[in-house]
Design a protein around this ligand. Structure first.
Ligand code: TTP
Ligand code: MG
Length: 405
C-alpha cells in the first residue's frame, strides 16, 4: 500500500499566538524575540515583517533597522507550549501515528485512513479545526514520504495545502534550489555550487559515486531525497531526546557571580522541564559564546541519571568554572542542556536520601511555579537576578528554550 504522510507546520507560530491573544496585532509586522535595543535574535516574524527582510535567527537590532515600525514582543514560552499541546491533541485525533518535530510541526501517517476521507479532505479538516480551536493557521504538505511532505508544507506557506501525487515526487522537487532539501545547509550548498549543482533536479541526476566522493554519507542521503526517496517511518515516540535553555546577555560579562546565578536559573528551567517529561538525564552540557562569537560546548556524563536542579547545576557550574579559568574572554551567551535521557525510575540514585529530599523539594517548587509562574519562587542562588525578574511582567522568557525530540 502506498504510504500517505502529512507534514503540518503552523505559520509564524509564536507571532500568531500573540496575534490570536491580541487581535490588534493582526496584519502588522510583528517580531517575537525581545526588545530591539536588547541583544538577542528574532524567534518568529509575522509574514508582514518578512516583507521587510526580517527572518528568524536574525539579530533584533538588524530587524529593527529593516523595519523600525515593527512591533517587538518578548514572548511567553508557557503560552506557546499550551497552544502547542492543543495543536498536537487535534492531530492525534486523526491518527495515532504522530511524530512531533518541535512545538509547531509534526508528521502524521494517515495511511489506511481512506474511510474517513481523501488525504486532501483530512488535511482541510485539520486546518479547519486548528483554525477554529486554537485560532492558528497550519500549512500542510501531503506526500508518500516524509521529506517530500515537509518540503510541500513549507512551499505552500502561508495557509498552504500542497499535495504531491504518488510518482510525481521527482518532478515536484526538480526545480527547487538545493537549499530547500533537509540536510543541505549553507556549506553543502556551497559544495554543490562548486560542482555546478543549483537545483534539486541537477542533484538528482548525479551518480551515487560522484556525490559520495565529495560529500560522504550526507551526499548519499540528499541524493535519495532529491529523487523523492525517503524510507524513514513516522515514529510516534514524541519523547524528548534533549532539553536545553540558553540566553544572550544585554551586555557581555565576566562577572562570575552573575554568570553562576543565570546558570542556576537556566538549570532550574531545564530541571522543571525534565521533571515534567518524567525523565532523568545522564549528560549535562554547558554552552558558552564569547564576545568574539567563539562558541564552546563542554559536557559531563555520569552513570547515575538525575532530575534535580541541584545535580544539574553542580555539573554545569563545574564546567563553567573550568571554562572561566581557561579563558578570560567576555561571555555573550550561556546555555545549559541535558541529554542521554532515561525514564524515571530506571536508575538507582533515588535510593540515596539526599537526592530524594532534593527531588521532593523540586517537586514542591514545581507545583508552586506551575500555579503562580516560574519567578514566584527564587532560590538563594538566583536572588542576584531579582532586579532582572522584577522589570518584566509575569512569566517571561529570559531564555531561548529548545526541546529536541
Ligand atoms: P518555525 O516553524 O521554523 O517558524 P514559524 O512558525 O515562526 O514560521 P513559519 O513556519 O511560518 O515559517 O519555528 C516555530 C517556532 O519556533 C517559531 O515561531 C519560534 C521558534 N523558533 C525560535 O525560537 N528560534 C528560531 O530560530 C526558529 C527558526 C524558531
Ligand atoms: Mg512554523
Amino acid at each position: 500500500m502506498n504510504r500517505c504522510i502529512l507534514h503540518i507546520d503552523l505559520d509564524a507560530f509564536f507571532v500568531s499566538v500573540e496575534q490570536a491573544l491580541a487581535p490588534g496585532l493582526r496584519g502588522k509586522p510583528v517580531v517575537v524575540g525581545g526588545r530591539p535595543d536588547r541583544r538577542g535574535v528574532v524567534a518568529s516574524a509575522s509574514y508582514e515583517a518578512r516583507v521587510f527582510g526580517i527572518r528568524a535567527g536574525m539579530p533584533l537590532s538588524q530587524a529593527y533597522r529593516l523595519c523600525p515600525q515593527a512591533i517587538f514582543l518578548q514572548g511567553s514560552f508557557p503560552v506557546y507550549r499550551d497552544a502547542s499541546e492543543r495543536f498536537m491533541a487535534i492531530l492525534a485525533d486523526f491518527s495515532p501515528c504522530l511524530e512531533p518535530g518541535g512545538l509547531d510541526e509534526a508528521y502524521l501517517d494517515i495511511t489506511g485512513c481512506e474511510d474517513y476521507g481523501t488525504p486532501r479532505q483530512l488535511a482541510l479538516c485539520i486546518k479547519e479545526r486548528v483554525k477554529n480551536e486554537v485560532r492558528l493557521i497550519a500549512s500542510v504538505g501531503v506526500a508518500g514520504c516524509k521529506v517530500v511532505a515537509k518540503i510541500a508544507s513549507d512551499l505552500g506557506k502561508p495557509d498552504g495545502l500542497v499535495e504531491v501525487a504518488a510518482g510525481r515526487e521527482k518532478e515536484f522537487l526538480a526545480p527547487l534550489p538545493v537549499i530547500n532539501l533537509p540536510g543541505v545547509g549553507k556549506r553543502t550548498e556551497q559544495e554543490l555550487k562548486a560542482m555546478g549543482i543549483k537545483t534539486v533536479g541537477q542533484l538528482a541526476a548525479l551518480s551515487p559515486e560522484a556525490i559520495k566522493s565529495r560529500l560522504g554519507a550526507t551526499g548519499l542521503m540528499i541524493l535519495h531525497y532529491a529523487n523523492g526517496i525517503d524510507d524513514r517511518q513516522v515514529e510516534p515516540t514524541g519523547e524528548a531526546k534533549s532539553i536545553s535553555r540558553e540566553t544572550t546577555f544585554a551586555e557581555d560579562t565576566l562577572d562570575h557571580a552573575f554568570l553562576q546565578a543565570i546558570l542556576r536559573y537556566l538549570c532550574e528551567r531545564v530541571g522543571a522541564e525534565l521533571r515534567q517529561e518524567s525523565k532523568h538525564a545522564r549528560t549535562i552540557t554547558l554552552k558558552l559564546r564569547y564576545t568574539d562569537f567563539e562558541t564552546i560546548t563542554r559536557r559531563i556524563s555520569s552513570k547515575e541519571a538525575t532530575d534535580t536542579d541541584e545535580a544539574i547545576f553542580d555539573g554545569a557550574v563545574k564546567l563553567l568554572n573550568e571554562a572561566l579559568a581557561r579563558k578570560r574572554k567576555l561571555v555573550r551567551l550561556i546555555g545549559v542542556g541535558v541529554s542521554n535521557l532515561v525514564d524515571y525510575g530506571r536508575q538507582l540514585g533515588l535510593l540515596d536520601s539526599r537526592p530524594k529530599r532534593q527531588a521532593q523539594l523540586d517537586k514542591a517548587i514545581d507545583r508552586i511555579r506551575n500555579k503562580y509562574g516560574f519567578t514566584s519562587i527564587q532560590t538563594g542562588r538566583t536572588l542576584l537576578l531579582k532586579d532582572i525578574f522584577a522589570i518584566r511582567e509575569g512569566d517571561f522568557t529570559l531564555e531561548t528554550p529548545s526541546l529536541s525530540r
